[in-house]
Design a protein around this ligand. Structure first.
Ligand code: GDP
Length: 482
């Protein structure tokens, strides 16, 4: 049935693509990775003629303009571009982050370099941008698990050294409950709450862990409080089957509902219809949190990439990913580093991606890696300290940010030495693999306010400054504007 529905959607999309060339671009990443900021900056730069030298269509002067038009899917919320852009540009504050799926259609008018495209599409490409939480993508592996396997995986991850202290309240309480006792809503709710609290604690800055399924527990969208989300793994499942009416039977049923009414429709209706995908990762935050966070990011990326490179023998995943031909993994917030470190960040991200793709299928989408800042909040400068010249970045730290004992009020321009990433990723990953806690890079991550937008000579506001956004656009859209 899934196959038929996906095939039908694909046919419908193909038919409308003939009339109106369309590219469906998925934008995902774990919460706070930078999806909202990325989409806002991408759209702003295309609407306002941003400086995009590595984006061929723009560089060669073939971009004629871009406009926002009504999106094709009436049942999906619209990405609130105007609100996000106003907050970034007028208030110079970061917009509200992604909490559920949303969509935006940007129509790009261009002059085709090829007569063929000019004839058929008149140089118009509908770019449908689909924003959704990466947490939801990490649910795909659940489709291949029954409740017992899910419980076993969840419990062994919870007992790992990076998580045990955070998981203890849930593990302890779950350990006192007999899975075969009669089902009751109170137990289900308490266990679901304790399990969600544990996942939430793993996500916080100090741990910055990434693999935290079920994805809707952290990002419920509109399903908050529904029975399909009121379950939890049971860590000490007996070998005997669940008696009818038992807590275990209830949890099993809800886990199955979660898969069939939440996970599957999401993949079928949304992911399966994407043509291209960008996955944003906050590699610097993971590196700063330590080796466990880096390993966990690799594990999450591996799950994400196996959605797009399914390998053999996995029917649903291969259905889901059939259409996507290019995936870009982008390490975000590169403006936290001096430009000397941008290539290093890219090299580290590439290595993380290589390590994460070891066990995934080899056919499927082409994967590229990039370091970027969708919005550049800092400028570069040099400072002299103890007779040495140091590369620094200058920006206005957000209200409430602290460096050492100094705290900021959100108005003061400040130079900080961001720290260096290792020149050679080998040393970094050697430290990760050897289990040594002291990891080489020590980056100062200070959160800055969004930048002031400069005015052109004629007094017009220019577009949002960025780092390497043009390269991302070239990879994701370049060939469709040829
Ligand atoms: P989402 O949860 O993936 O939608 O994440 P957001 O787009 O809301 O970004 C989360 C936070 O990361 C923002 O509030 C900013 O503080 C920061 N951020 C995101 N992108 C950038 C960037 O390009 N540069 C800088 N300096 N900060 C960024």
């Amino acid at each position: 049935a899934d196959e038929a529905l996906i095939a039908f959607d694909t046919l419908t999309d193909r038919a409308s693509n003939l009339i109106e060339p369309t590219l469906r671009l998925g934008v995902t990443g774990l919460s706070r990775a930078g999806k909202t900021v990325f989409i806002t900056s991408l759209v702003h730069n295309l609407l306002h003629g941003g400086r995009l030298p590595m984006f061929q269509a723009s560089h060669s002067g073939r971009l004629a303009g871009a406009t926002l038009e009504p999106q094709p899917d009436d049942a999906v919320p619209r990405f609130q571009y105007e609100d996000h852009a106003a907050r970034l540009i007028e208030e110079r504050l970061w917009p509200d982050s992604t909490r559920a799926i949303s969509e935006l259609r940007l129509v790009i008018e261009y002059e085709s370099a090829s007569g063929w495209n000019r004839f058929f599409s008149g140089g118009r490409l509908c770019l449908d941008i689909v924003d959704y939480p990466g947490e939801w993508l990490l649910d795909l592996p659940l489709l291949g698990q029954d409740f017992a396997a899910f419980s076993l995986n969840a419990a062994s991850l919870a007992r790992s050294s990076a998580r045990l202290d955070l998981a203890t309240p849930w593990l302890d309480r779950a350990g006192t409950i007999d899975p075969h006792k009669p089902a009751n809503e109170g137990d289900a709710r308490e266990l679901a709450r304790l399990y969600t609290d544990y996942l939430r604690a793993c996500k916080r800055d100090e741990r910055a862990l990434s693999t935290l399924p079920p994805g809707r527990f952290l990002m419920p969208g509109d399903l908050d409080g529904s029975p399909a989300l009121t379950f939890a793994p049971l860590p000490n499942l007996p070998d005997t089957p669940a008696p009818k009416g038992s807590l275990q039977a209830m949890m099993e049923r809800r886990f199955e509902s979660y898969k069939s009414v939440v996970v599957k429709p999401f993949f079928r209706e949304h992911v399966a219809r994407l043509d291209r995908q960008i996955v944003l990762i906050d590699a610097m935050q993971a590196m700063n949190a330590g080796r466990e966070a880096v390993i966990d990011l690799e594990r999450a990326l591996s799950d994400v990439l196996s959605c797009f490179r399914p390998g053999r023998g996995n029917l649903l995943t291969s259905l889901v990913s059939r259409r996507i031909d290019k995936v870009l993994i982008a390490a975000t917030k590169a403006d936290h580093l001096h430009h000397e470190s941008h290539d290093r960040l890219e090299a580290i991200a590439r290595r993380i991606v290589d390590r994460a793709s070891k066990d995934i299928g080899s056919s499927g989408a082409h994967i590229e890696v990039l370091a970027l800042a969708a919005v550049r909040a800092t400028r570069e400068a040099t400072a002299r300290q103890d007779g040495e010249t140091l590369p620094v970045i200058v920006g206005i730290p957000l209200e409430g940010e602290k460096i050492g004992t100094e705290s900021f009020d959100g108005n003061r321009k400040t130079a900080i030495f961001p720290g260096d990433l290792p020149l050679n990723p080998d040393s970094f990953f050697k430290a990760v693999d050897s289990g040594s806690q002291a990891m080489p890079p020590d980056i100062n991550i200070v959160r800055f306010r969004p930048p002031m937008i400069e005015l052109s000579d004629s007094g017009v506001k220019l577009s949002l400054p960025h780092i390497r956004l043009d390269r991302a656009l070239e990879y994701l859209l370049g060939d469709r504007l040829a």
